[in-house]
Design a protein around this ligand. Structure first.
Ligand code: SF4
Ligand code: SF4
Length: 355
């Protein structure tokens, strides 16, 4: 599509203009770090943030979401029947500013998961109203990042607009027609010229040496490594360390498992069916009828998470189950990390290849 120039001075005006038509959210500074939140004043928007505790997944898949309401109805003395009405919560035109390229990769995975096969209408209704404005990552967020290993250091093709910081202005790339309309409805940009395009190329190519690789194998090798290492001793060691707190899955931009519950009202005549985030790291996740638990040990649950991240999701959806964002590493109190685990597994397999 097209490339435009937006001067940094004009960004607040652009945000303000969007606020007239959309809910605008983006990274803001909080006492505990950066977080995606509503932007009420354009000065809150922090486009050069490092990382956020939670990814923007809460705008796509809320932590608690009512799917439908139900109640018993009885008309003119006839038989009772159950009335069900779909509920679409928080579905409104929303612009999300400042989405990093790794988080866009997470959203691209969600788009596949919730649209292919069984189409999730609640996700799709919300998704259609969301505009993504990405920001190119020119520096790693911190030591926990391994986006370069996971191939998420460039923007996947899901953004409506994508911005690159070039000092006193942003390059703004348009990814969709709706993104282009967003930009051109607000006359704050000018078309990029030939020398601007060359300058963008320089900015983009100069960022790569700043990012380090952390994995001892390529990301294409992780599925076979995890297959070979299924019975490795490592899982027992990690299981003994893991607290089963589920912090790693809660902060993850590619975790999408949920539970569905019926919450009856006090009259027992109606209620709501809600979906809430769940975690494979919790004991109850795999607890089924007859008190049987098919992933009872913490070792089996840690292994399952790694199998999802490095193998299963890729096999089913064709996209990596890990973006290399490093959030689970920052959140884990006992330092169980994706690169640390995969590298330790790689090492164990070199020592005991027959396992
Ligand atoms: S597994 Fe960890 S590093 Fe990978 S996407 Fe999830 S939170 Fe980020
Ligand atoms: S954050 Fe760490 S301790 Fe908590 S469940 Fe995940 S791996 Fe286990």
């Amino acid at each position: 599509m097209s490339l435009y120039i937006l001067s940094k001075e004009r960004l607040p005006q652009f945000v303000k203009a969007l606020q007239g038509k959309f809910r605008v959210v983006g990274p803001v500074e909080t006492e505990t770090g950066y977080a995606f939140d509503d932007i009420t004043d354009p000065a809150q928007l922090q486009m050069d943030y490092t990382t956020t505790i939670l990814p923007p997944k809460k705008y796509f898949l809320p932590q608690r979401e009512v799917l439908f309401s139900y109640h018993n109805e009885k008309e003119n003395g006839g038989p009772q029947r159950l009335e069900m009405r779909p509920v679409y919560q928080d579905v409104q035109p929303t612009v999300i500013f400042g989405v990093h390229t790794c988080d866009m990769s997470g959203i691209m995975l969600y788009d596949k998961v919730f649209s292919e096969g069984f189409r999730d209408e609640h996700y799709m209704e919300r998704r259609e109203q969301i505009y993504i404005i990405g920001i190119e990552c020119l520096h790693p967020c911190d030591e926990a990042s391994f986006c370069k290993d996971m191939g998420t250091l460039t923007a996947p093709p899901i953004y409506d607009l994508h911005m690159t910081d070039a000092g006193d202005h942003y390059f703004v790339d348009t990814g969709t027609e709706k993104g282009e309309r967003l930009l051109l409805d607000n006359a704050y940009v000018k078309m990029a010229e030939k020398e601007d395009i060359q300058r963008l190329g320089q900015v983009l190519s100069s960022k790569w040496p700043r990012f380090r690789m952390r994995l001892k194998m390529s990301r294409d090798q992780t599925p076979s490594l995890l297959t070979l290492g299924y019975q490795a001793k490592l899982w027992q060691q990690l299981g003994e360390r893991c607290l089963a707190c589920a912090s790693c899955t809660n902060v993850c931009p590619t975790c999408f498992c949920f539970d569905v519950r019926d919450e009856n009202d006090i009259t027992m005549q109606g209620g709501e069916r809600v979906r809430v985030w769940d975690s494979c790291q919790l004991y109850e996740f795999a607890l089924v009828a007859g008190e049987h638990n098919f992933r009872e040990s913490k070792a089996s649950r840690v292994r399952h998470r790694l199998m999802r991240k490095g193998k299963y999701i890729k096999q089913v959806h064709g996209l990596s189950g890990c973006t290399g964002c490093g959030r689970c590493e920052r959140a884990c109190l006992v330092n169980i990390t994706i690169p640390g685990t995969l590298n330790a597994l790689h090492e164990e397999m070199q020592l005991e290849p027959g396992i």
